[in-house]
Design a protein around this ligand. Structure first.
Ligand code: FMN
Length: 166
């Protein structure tokens, strides 16, 4: 049970969302095959955590339908999305069925999903989950990585998708 300190008047959710949205980030596709279905969510809260042991983290809404299934997978794919993946990121960010088209993903031996054309891809296992308010902080152990140099990343800022200037 995590206890949260209540200090001063509560921060209005709208103001908090606006403030958080000023922080630019990349976008990842967290995805795996679960019960023969290709499941994935868009996640901008991906962060590198540790080199030894190799760890990364994501924050996922505690009531996420898809995370409840992805967390049971043997391996979870984390694809850093590229500048060409804005449309896929939108689809992975909506609570709908069939978010992937068949051409967009590849399956690994251990059931993780990798997005075709991603600048970087990490195959992870779930190490630990920590309750964090209305989200869960999931610590991921990185089991395998691949990088494609020279592919521009997708950038998320102020609720919109952007590219890095050359
Ligand atoms: C660019 C972008 C970034 C997102 N980042 C996160 C995130 O870090 N954590 C999260 O829980 N949801 C995030 N979402 C929302 C989830 O992708 C969305 O709630 C989820 O796909 C809904 O499906 P579900 O209800 O089946 O889980 C993001 C959405 C978009 C479009």
């Amino acid at each position: 049970m995590v206890r949260y300190r209540q200090a001063g008047p509560p921060v209005a959710e709208r103001a908090l969302r606006q403030a958080f949205a000023q922080f630019p980030s990349g976008v990842t596709a967290i995805a795996a095959l679960v019960d023969s279905a290709a499941l994935g969510i868009a996640v901008s809260s991906f962060t590198s955590v540790s080199l030894e042991p190799p760890l990364a983290s994501i924050c996922v809404m505690e009531n996420s339908w898809t995370w409840a299934r992805l967390r049971t997978a043997d391996r979870i794919g984390v694809s850093v999305l590229g500048a060409e993946h804005a449309e896929l990121a939108r689809r992975l960010g909506r609570a709908t069925a069939n978010r992937f088209t068949p051409a967009e993903w590849r399956l690994t031996d251990r059931g993780a999903i990798r997005v075709v054309g991603a600048p970087a891809w990490l195959e992870c296992s779930l190490e630990q989950e920590i309750p964090a308010g209305d989200h869960v902080l999931a610590l991921l152990r990185v089991e395998h990585v691949e990088t494609r140099a020279g592919v521009r990343p997708l950038v998320y800022h102020a609720s919109g998708f952007h590219h890095l200037a050359r």
